[in-house]
Design a protein around this ligand. Structure first.
Ligand code: GYE
Length: 328
């Protein structure tokens, strides 16, 4: 009798395990790389700009190409949605998590949960501010400080030999985000203490085209005029230029326009002389993310920081008209 009961129990257990296997195939313990696909959970922050759309496309295409199973969630510009997405990846027991943190603060708890679950985390595009740096396995994206520096270097060259003041309005990205912080810092530190340069206005346009229009309106009504617009991304720049033209001002001539990203729309305006300088920031991070994810899933060491290669396009560039199509 006892024997029969034990056999029945074993049968039931085997059945339950089978059902679990069907519903949660990733929890079977098979190591990724040994014939099983790597599963990557990717929490995108939103769809605020052409850059972001290009970035999302790059990640999806790279996952397909490299045979990685991608669980993709878009947080629609809300940190709480991003945190929820990461929690769902942890519950699903993905092999690797990647996310583009919308802001730098507020990630400690969820990253500790990922660490407790033994899941490596890639910060892609933007970084986080946590007391324990080991909560993030690695970062892949741009050097935003260098981008800010390149914007300032262009301005120094453009205004060489001119008397001051050079009145600058800054349109910044999402407050508390990595690109906003470092594009501002690199720019300021490179302008240094040259008294000609005066940042007379600075406001966030949240990386959005519609807000770029609004902030431009605030610049026109809140200053006695500006010589330079330094905008932290193309989407805001396009909105600002639209408004300037409606007001009869000539962007690129009456006001020097410096922007960051390099979307097709901005490159077209650079070619038309309505933008003076585009500091490139590439959204094509997909291949690098997949290669890191595969290594991490196999338990290999990866570099803590991987920066993308970037350049500057400007009206100093004799080959300007032949900049190849950008694809985003
Ligand atoms: O410059 C902007 C986007 O984080 C680098 O976010 C990214 C920035 C990019 O919305 O267009």
């Amino acid at each position: 009798m006892k024997m029969k009961k034990a056999l029945l129990m074993m049968l039931l257990l085997a059945l339950a395990a089978g059902i679990l296997f069907l519903y949660f195939p990733q929890t079977t313990g098979t190591q990724p790389g040994n014939g099983r696909q790597v599963i990557l959970g990717f929490a995108q922050l939103g769809s605020e700009s052409g850059w972001r759309i290009g970035n999302t496309r790059s990640v999806i295409q790279a996952a397909e190409k490299s045979g990685i199973q991608l669980m993709y969630k878009n947080a629609e510009q809300k940190q709480e949605n991003q945190i929820k997405a990461i929690r769902s990846f942890i519950a699903y027991q993905v092999d690797v998590i990647a996310f583009a943190p919308i802001v730098e603060d507020g990630w400690e708890n969820v990253l500790m949960e990922a660490r407790d679950a033994g899941i490596p985390v890639i910060c892609s595009d933007r970084s986080v501010n946590v007391p324990d740096e080991s909560l993030v396995t690695c970062f892949v994206g741009s050097d935003f400080y260098a981008e800010g520096r390149r914007a300032a270097e262009y301005l120094i060259r453009k205004t060489q030999g001119q008397d001051g003041p050079v009145r600058i309005a800054e349109m910044s990205g999402t407050l508390d985000s990595t690109p906003m912080r470092y594009r501002a810092l690199g720019f300021r530190e490179t302008l240094g203490d040259d008294p000609r340069f005066r940042i007379v206005f600075s406001q966030s346009g949240d990386f959005l085209r519609s807000r770029g229009r609004e902030v431009m309106e605030n610049i026109l009504s809140g200053t006695d005029g500006i010589d330079v617009l330094y905008s932290h991304n193309d989407a805001m720049t396009l909105g600002a230029i639209e408004l300037l033209e409606e007001r009869g001002l000539r962007p690129g001539k009456d006001i020097i326009i410096i922007t960051v990203d390099g979307e097709q729309g901005a490159i077209d305006l650079l070619k038309q002389g309505k933008i003076n300088c585009v500091v490139e920031c590439t959204p094509m991070l997909g291949d690098m993310i997949m290669s890191l994810a595969k290594k991490l899933a196999r338990g290999e060491e990866v570099p803590k920081v991987t920066y993308s290669q970037e350049t500057v396009f400007s009206d100093f560039d004799p080959g300007l008209q032949s900049i190849p199509a950008r694809g985003y």
